[in-house]
Design a protein around this ligand. Sequence first.
Ligand code: ZN
Length: 410
Amino acid sequence: MQKILFVISDGIPDRPIRELGNKTPLEVAKTPNLDRIAVDGISGMMHTVDIGVRPGSDTAHLSLFGYDPHDCYTGRGPYECAGIGMQVNAGDVAFRANAGTVDEQGIVTDRRAGRIESTRDVIDALGKITISGVEFDLQPSLAHRIGLVIRGKNLSPNISDQDPHKTDVPVHTVKPLDHTPEAKFTADVMNQFTKLTVEKLSNSPFNRKRKESGKLPANIVLFRGAGSIPHDLLSFKDKYNLRAAFIAGGPMYRGIAKILGMTVAEFAPSDGVTGLPNSNLDAKVRRALELLPDYDIIFVHFKAADSLAEDGNFRGKIEFIEKIDRAIKPLAERNDFITVITADHTTACGLKTHTADPVPVTIKGEGVRTDDINAYTERECAKGRLGTIRGQNLMPILIDLMGLAELYGA
Ligand code: ZN
């Protein structure tokens, strides 16, 4: 059985950029290794979630793994929380949260509490919280960020955000988004939680100290992205009977892989795997090749092209694409496994956000058909013989290339 090394370059595709002579960063970047993989393989385009859908990174990754996000995605919270090592069980509701600042009138004056370095004091000051039988689990994440998971009976993720996503406006009252008693109950509990956090935090000693040293108090927990994991979600192993490993720096990506039961590679700080433009991509590829004997499929995620595009930094994006190209050189040279090169979505530098444009995909390996495509770009791959597929088609295609697909019919 051939194994698979699957590279996901977050947001690497783009739209034509006037300053680049109406070319995309992928077209301008010098990428001999990506292009060699395109020469040796078969290429096409892929709508990761569906035609005309602007994918989030979370829904796009679920689709690439062969899951329909309409069935298993309700919000980003569970993936963020699992990514920082929190336990998220089916039936729990999980949120992305921030330590923020509100004034006496409940107006949000800072969504990051003056860029607080750690939320450990905030969480300690809140102590153990139970409201109407619902238990609250809070864990610090990076800087002002907090993972929040609630556990109890009759909870629903179908509630609105309390975080207004901007300052100088009041914090939002959480509302049920359907007519179920569960959504109403959960919204009520979360509104009580908001009140409680402000009461407990406003008078806490650590906030008095922050005020004395001229810092903004961290006196509210702002939350958004409520989500839960469906009871019938199959693990990747149960779905495909494949041993999967996932290599990424970002918590949300790691959380998706953890929830699907994949092995998530750990790195020491000295490895320099940061998810930023300075990330050590060679260390990721090296780890992938080391893990290959023990796994059937290994996903490697490169983040920064997306973040650079969201800053509109197309020159930085070109540089990062060239860095990816250098890192994947061993994949261009080796033919003892199947290589997949693709992205989770397009991130357009001009719009500084994700778009619904399909992404290029190339598959190369022993026995894989080839075509006449000689560059891994949006324009070239669109002419490839793989045609245009959906994200959820990719895993079945790979299962077939691995020789594992069951015959449909007789
Ligand atoms: Zn993404």
